[in-house]
Design a protein around this ligand. Sequence first.
Ligand SMILES: [Zn+2]
Length: 205
Amino acid sequence: MMRPSLLPPIPELELAAKLLDAAADAVLANRRELAALLIAAADLPEIGVYARRLVGKMSVEVHRVVKRPECLPKGDRDPARMPSLAAQAAIFVRDGWRCRFCGTKVINRSARARLIRSFPDEVHWSAREFERHTALYAMACSLDHVHPHGRGGRNEPDNFVTACYCCQFGRGEWLLAEVELTDPRSPEPVRDSWDGLSRIAAAQT
Ligand SMILES: [Zn+2]
């Protein structure tokens, strides 16, 4: 049966988004201790378990396939893999800073970098990915080639959707049909006040 995402998102992702949104407000209000508490509260172990199921070893239960696909040789791929940073930002805004597969709210990379710098104890950004702050890891924003680059996908705006880290790296180079996913471009993006915490990346405070 076709599905919008490899796994349905768990409620803890939405909870983490609420906590991190409040943390961003606390950062802007110079309420450092409150921000630290909120960031620590968003580091939910359930999200770590969920992420591992998606980006760890491929499984029939989650991925429905277990062997990585054959990719085109590098020379046969579109030489421009990614659009400019400005074009990438425009796609994240177009998509309301949400994963077009599972709907999870995603986090601006510069905002995350700021949290890593300002709250190293709470974010504990380890070299080992499964030891990192679970929400900041799993909810990282990325640009996904709907038709994978390694399988001939082009560097064109129509071929890109915003994806969370789990949906991006859980699918890898598989075509949508091969992992039984519906086209993430067909439901319209949801846009509201969620900004991927972009406001703390831009702020000077
Ligand atoms: Zn997702």
